[in-house]
Design a protein around this ligand. Structure first.
Ligand code: DAT
Ligand code: MG
Length: 160
């Protein structure tokens, strides 16, 4: 079973979309194995293993040379995010489809960004783009103990 890392960004939390987003993945048949709300502070932070600034810098390291990077990091610091790990067959690719495209105006209706977002800089949700980045992001945001292992009573009705 594949795992993917999703995070409702500060705008998604402020707009009251956490339940809607969690509900979409639950109803799809994916399996929630970790969830927490974190306000990633600019200064050294609480229980996180990494300094908060480093957490977000690592998370978006591939984009560090892009002109929008400082604004992106600022936005991710601006309020709590809801970080999650979801499990299921082809979870990474399917979750990306459910998110829509990076730009909300390229995203089809029926996708999260297509239904709830207007601008790329406020696109509500993060989702891992490959199995390798999912594993990296899960270990960046969660300790091994925070990621649970449990069997849902619906498992055998989702999978044949
Ligand atoms: P995605 O979030 O779809 O994986 P990405 O990894 O290329 O997209 O970029 C990460 C985030 O950076 C994206 O969700 C929003 C922001 N971003 C990307 N391209 C941008 C742009 N051209 N202008 C402003 N923000 C952008
Ligand atoms: Mg990305």
């Amino acid at each position: 079973m594949e795992r993917t890392f999703l995070a409702v960004k500060p705008d998604g939390v402020q707009r009251g979309l956490v339940g809607e987003i969690v509900g979409r993945f639950e109803k799809k048949g994916f399996h929630l194995v970790a969830l927490k709300m974190i306000h990633v502070r600019r200064s050294l932070g609480g229980s996180l293993r990494l300094a908060s600034r480093e957490l977000l810098q690592q998370h978006y390291i591939d984009l560090k040379d892009r002109p929008f990077y400082p604004g992106l990091v600022e936005y991710m610091h601006s309020g709590p995010v809801v970080a999650m790990v979801w499990q299921g067959a082809n979870a990474v690719k399917t979750a990306r489809k459910m998110l829509g495209e990076t730009k909300p105006d390229d995203s089809n209706p029926g996708t999260i960004r297509g239904d709830f977002a207007v601008q790329v800089g406020r696109n509500i949700i993060h989702g891992s783009d490959s199995v390798a980045s999912a594993e990296k992001e899960i270990s960046l945001w969660f300790t091994a103990e925070e990621v649970t292992s449990w069997k849902s009573c619906s498992h055998d009705w989702v999978y044949e």
